[in-house]
Design a protein around this ligand. Sequence first.
Ligand code: ZN
Length: 160
Amino acid sequence: MIKANSVVEISYVLKNITGEELDRADAKEPLVYLHGSGQIVPGLEKALDGLTVGTSKEVSLPPQEGYGEIDPKLKLKTDISIFPQDVDVKVGMEFSADLGDGKTQHFRVAHIEKNDVFIDGNHPLAGQTLNFSVEIISIRKATQEELSHGHAHGPGGHKH
Ligand code: ZN
């Protein structure tokens, strides 16, 4: 049974509310995560709690239980001159920036208009309802090392 500190292998298909497929992990290459560590979105973690191997489940999550609502403050207009000259700035490019408070924020270039570069720090799935079809493939106890790192190791898990 899935509980805190279980290492869980799942396969899943993730669709949005219009039925468009956003992401998947097949049984051949499952997702491996440490339960209770926040490695997967909060609503999915809650929905999987207590499930057993072989169980399939449909889970529908509103944005606040998934990747959060869209934060307009993370949508910024910048000038192309803030990028190093040797960088070929393109839509879809990702980078991290220090916002001045010591925290780094991940951004994606959303749109470019002449010298204006519109960047977005929201997760690409923020603001979306997430419909997961999940199957539990295996469950095991986490090792001490996994617990101290806060994530699962091994195939499909965290690589160092
Ligand atoms: Zn580790």
